[in-house]
Design a protein around this ligand. Structure first.
Ligand SMILES: Nc1ncnc2c1ncn2[C@@H]1O[C@H](COP(=O)(O)OP(=O)(O)OP(=O)(O)O)[C@@H](O)[C@H]1O
Length: 573
């Protein structure tokens, strides 16, 4: 020992520690500092010794230690962005405090670690709170177990299956809480299972079980109850089914609406009366009034109804068409107003939405309103007045926001006189009336219309037909056009099917239009055969001109409907 003392002084030892050491005398004057202090203050000892300690360490506690003789241990202080732990002790000689010494240790790194841990702890606490919130907000029952089937986490929705609180089931073995543990498979195979049916406390449920893995090893499992009652699922499935069929319907209607979305620009006609009519219709489109469109068959009533809808504020809503003449009388009510599930035998499950409900916020187009049975007319009137419908078999009224556009080719005034049409309904729907003139009354539009159809069929057939020759034009101009524009459209389409060059000529027109053709074919089977051939072709043409409507075709041909059916049978049409 004495030898070591000779070679290593006490100063050398104190200088070698990583701690800084400062000693003051009774009056606080620095009498000693080691090399760490010189380094820290970046001054040589000569400039430190003899100065008052406050000069270099303004917050020092050494003066207090000098005063009360009590050591101060483990004090934390910050100097030059570093954190130090300081132990301050009095220097006592002969029972008297003759000075004080402070030893500082740089703990910045430790402090940084502590700070980091504190922040992490805070984050963990926040995460825990979020998780607890999620668990409690979820209406699905959630439970987690560890490898030993001890419940480590659960929410109230799950605990409620057993009429318990969460804290009563946490840390319990699953078997203690409920008889049939739902986890073994997930725990053993490590595979998730979704949507399996099981029972929990006597209640049939649909659940998922998912293994919890850590570093590839199964450490537990998570169970979630998706449906508390199977009946919930059935109700949901029915709802989806219903929505799906509604969606299909809407898709179809949307397609139709896109296909047939007509504007006034597409309604061809330059005759003065027609221009005035279009202007009136445009104006009418902007308000909400019910519109009655009148005109012979094929004059473009539906086209006008569409254009009014397209130009109206309701054009983002649906356009729903009902052909009152085409729907059998006994089905018209359910077609218009829908029915409730079980309303009658054969009623669809989930009921059926009527056209009025489907047209909500849009337009309903009641075509051939003159053919609506009287009983339905009364029901329609009530809906128009009350703006509410009742589904068949349902007493709950449902509000509908629908604009009505009706059309007919019948003489409603005459029908009223014969008690075939209700006068009150007539006044309800006849708020604004648009009369579309037949083609023969605006024959000046014929050429324009033919041009329009030629362009359309050129596109459709990929042809380059340039027009119609003079002879054919004269024939068409002299025709009475009982089938109106529809008939003309069919005549042009028929010509496209037979012509080979670029002009429509007389021979491309249907037989009933070309008066000379009758005599061809005499040689083939005599007069009787010829008459039959002409009759057959005339029926075909009339049907085409009337879009397949037999009632109209019969009146076009000037025969009864029964007569038309007979002839159609005979010619196997
Ligand atoms: N002004 C027109 N311009 C162009 N095409 C027209 C015009 N008017 C009618 N059409 C066409 O004629 C055909 C018949 O029109 P629409 O169905 O609108 O007649 P409608 O009066 O409603 O017939 P119906 O009384 O038989 O129901 C449609 O193909 C339509 O596109």
């Amino acid at each position: 020992m004495p030898e070591i003392e000779a070679r290593i002084s006490l100063k050398d030892i104190v200088d070698s520690t990583s701690n800084a050491v400062v000693a003051v005398d009774r009056s606080g004057i620095i009498v000693y500092c080691n090399r760490q202090v010189e380094k820290f203050l970046e001054l040589p000892a000569g400039q430190i010794l003899g100065s008052h300690v406050k000069k270099f360490f303004p917050t020092t506690g050494l003066l207090e230690v000098l005063k009360d003789g009590q050591p101060q241990l483990g004090c934390r202080l910050s100097l030059k962005n570093c954190t130090y732990l300081s132990n301050r002790n009095p220097v006592i000689v002969n029972g008297q405090v003759v000075g004080a010494v402070a030893v500082f240790q740089d703990v910045t790194e430790i402090q940084n670690i502590i700070d980091e841990l504190t922040t992490k702890n805070e984050k963990i606490r926040e995460l825990q709170e979020t998780l607890t919130n999620i668990l409690e907000l979820s209406s699905d029952g959630i439970v987690a177990v560890n490898r030993d089937y001890i419940i480590t986490m659960a929410n109230q929705a799950f605990a409620s299956f057993f009429n318990k609180r969460v804290d009563e089931i946490i840390s319990q073995h699953v078997k203690k809480v409920y008889g049939n543990p739902i986890f073994p498979r997930a725990m053993e195979t490590g595979e998730s299972e979704y949507g399996y049916i099981t029972s929990l406390n006597g209640q049939e449920i649909i659940a998922n079980r998912i293994p919890i893995k850590k570093n590839g090893e199964i450490v537990g499992a998570l169970g979630t109850v998706v449906f508390k009652k199977i009946s919930d699922l059935q109700a949901l499935s029915e709802k989806i089914q219903k929505l799906r069929s509604q969606l299909d319907f809407y898709k179809g209607e949307l397609k139709r609406a896109h296909r047939f979305r007509f504007t006034f620009e597409q309604i061809i006609g330059q005759s003065p009366a027609f221009i005035t009519l279009k202007e009136t219709a445009r104006r009418v489109a902007k308000n909400e009034s019910t519109v009655l469109i009148r005109g012979e068959s094929g004059t473009g009533k539906e086209l006008f109804a569409h254009a009014i809808y397209t130009e109206s504020r309701r054009n983002r809503g649906p356009f729903i068409k009902v052909n009152c003449a085409a729907v059998p009388e006994n089905l018209l009510e359910s077609e218009l107003f829908g029915y409730k599930e079980g309303a009658f035998t054969g009623a669809k499950k989930g009921g059926h939405i009527g056209k009025f409900e489907l047209a909500d916020k849009g337009v309903i187009f009641l075509d051939e309103i003159g053919d609506m049975p009287l009983l339905m007319q009364a029901k329609l009137l009530r809906v128009l007045q009350e703006k509410e419908i009742e589904r068949l078999g349902d007493t709950r009224p449902r509000r509908v926001n629908v604009r009505v556009i009706a059309a007919t080719n019948r003489d409603l005034e005459e029908m009223i006189a014969k008690n075939e049409f209700r006068e009150d309904l007539y006044y309800r729907i006849n708020v604004v009336s648009l009369n579309i003139p037949p083609l023969r009354e605006r024959i000046e539009d014929l050429e324009l219309l033919i041009d329009h159809f030629i362009k359309r069929f050129n596109k459709q057939f990929g042809r380059r037909v340039t027009g119609i020759d003079q002879e054919a034009m004269v024939i068409l101009r002299n025709h009475r056009w009982p089938g109106n524009i529809r008939e003309l459209e069919n005549v042009v389409e028929r010509a496209f099917n037979i012509l080979e060059d670029d002009k429509i000529r007389k021979e491309h027109l249907p037989l009933y239009l070309q008066s000379t053709r009758k005599y061809k074919g005499m040689h083939r089977g005599g007069l009787h055969h010829l008459i039959e051939e002409i009759e057959r072709e005339a029926i075909l043409d009339a049907l085409k001109a009337c879009g397949g409507n037999k009632h109209q075709a019969a009146s076009l041909l000037g025969i009864s409907r029964a007569g038309l059916y007979k002839k159609m049978n005979r010619y196997e049409l």
